[in-house]
Design a protein around this ligand. Structure first.
Ligand code: GDD
Ligand code: MN
Length: 369
């Protein structure tokens, strides 16, 4: 197939397919890719990036004896996205195209994706959610909802309708624009879309078929990793503002913790002053844990107790800053004495900002690379 002499003037293509136990699907996949490339005079190679499936994949590809089909058996650093990134490194051709092995993505759409790239797109998606795109009926409400929610969460990063798709193509030089790609989770397409700064993103409608053979490999755990992935993309795109937003969200959760603890203690007839003090301490502690675990997760390797002391210390000074700014605002602007809440909000923001910078630069320091 993909003979050089049939080349149609279109760029040559490296098709990268991550696989884990897809031996049953590979014959049909390869046959359909071959047919479509022949029909359109496309020069292509197929890189099957297999995570040591031991399900007959190796024997099958060896027996096929097709020089344009290459199987790479991976034994380390397993995972869909890591497999795709390895495939990019080995790819020989100008256009990189990624698709699943289970025939959910129709190979017949490959020429359309390629045409969009030739027409100037940075990134092309085989999309379920543009006009003309469809999914099999028996998709199940739960999977549909899940997919919709995940797509919505990606909204701040891209306006593409189906950025979660595992069927996409881009040029090699577009890929080179990313400083580094982090293959956490399985949304490698979204990662590239954001980190390569793709502006002209186009979507070709596809029919996403239900897999007929083998089973899905994407666990709930992978789905949860997606949240972590989004957080990293936020830091990539918004820098310190993303950290600040997380810090503020943690602070808000601390308010809820504080009020809950206070309510419970008062209800249990604990002395009021003690209850107030305990509520503050508990909420400081949960804030500390969440900031260590989420906001400044890069500093998790630092000393737990040292960071805790630093955080409590910084927050206490922050409380002083809050008090001072609130009182100072009222002094500067006595008219506010009738609505001291306004001064309090200014004080809270000042305390929050102070705490943030102390935490960011002193308490949760980035470990040296
Ligand atoms: N090498 C390797 N390693 N391949 C993997 C791994 C892995 O750990 N896990 C899955 N794959 C391969 C599968 O063999 C298949 O070819 C492809 O990745 C997609 O895996 P599925 O298990 O079929 O995933 P899915 O159908 O649930 O999810 C697909 O659709 C989602 C949108 O609904 C994927 O395309 C997702 O990327 C996409 O977001
Ligand atoms: Mn699938």
């Amino acid at each position: 197939m993909p003979h050089a002499q049939t080349v149609s003037g279109k760029p040559s293509l490296s098709i990268i397919v991550p696989t884990f136990q897809e031996a049953e699907n590979l014959p049909e996949l390869i046959e359909r890719i071959e047919r479509v490339c022949d029909a359109h005079g496309l020069k292509a190679e197929l890189l099957i990036m297999d995570d040591d499936s031991r399900d007959g994949t190796e024997e099958l590809i060896a027996a096929l004896q097709k020089p344009w089909v290459r199987l790479v058996v991976r034994r380390e650093n397993r995972g869909l996205s890591a497999a795709v990134l390895d495939g990019f490194r080995l790819a020989q051709h100008e256009v990189l195209l990624v698709m699943d092995a289970d025939l959910s993505h129709p190979p017949e759409k490959i020429p359309e994706l390629l045409d969009a790239l030739c027409a100037g797109a940075d990134f092309v998606i085989g999309s379920r959610y543009v006009a003309g795109g469809t999914t099999d009926e028996d998709w199940g409400l739960l999977r549909w909802l899940n997919s919709k929610a995940a797509t919505l969460l990606a909204r701040p990063f891209t306006s593409a309708k189906d950025p979660m798709s595992g069927f996409f193509a881009l040029r090699r030089d577009t890929l080179a624009r990313a400083a580094s790609l982090n293959p956490i989770g399985y949304k490698i397409g979204l990662e590239i879309l954001v980190k390569c700064g793709c502006r002209d993103v186009r979507e070709a409608p596809i029919h996403f078929s239900q897999r007929r053979r083998g089973k899905s490999k994407l666990s709930l755990r992978e789905q949860l990793r997606y949240l972590q992935h989004l957080r990293r993309l936020a830091v990539h795109k918004y820098g310190d503002w993303a950290h600040f937003a997380q810090f503020a969200a943690v602070g808000f959760s601390g308010t809820v913790v504080n009020l809950t603890v206070l309510t419970v203690l008062v209800w249990a007839h604990a002395p009021l002053r003690l209850s107030i003090a305990v509520a503050i301490l508990v909420s400081m502690f949960t804030n500390f844990l969440l900031n260590r675990w989420i906001t400044f997760s890069y500093a998790r390797s630092g000393s737990f107790w040292g960071q805790m002391a630093g955080f409590f210390g910084a927050s206490s000074i922050g409380a002083g800053v809050n008090y001072g700014v609130t009182v100072g605002t009222l002094w500067l602007w006595p008219a506010l004495e009738r609505i001291p809440q306004v001064a309090a909000v200014i004080g809270i923001l000042a305390g929050l900002t102070f705490n943030f910078f102390m935490s960011r630069h002193l308490v949760f320091r980035k470990p040296p690379e």
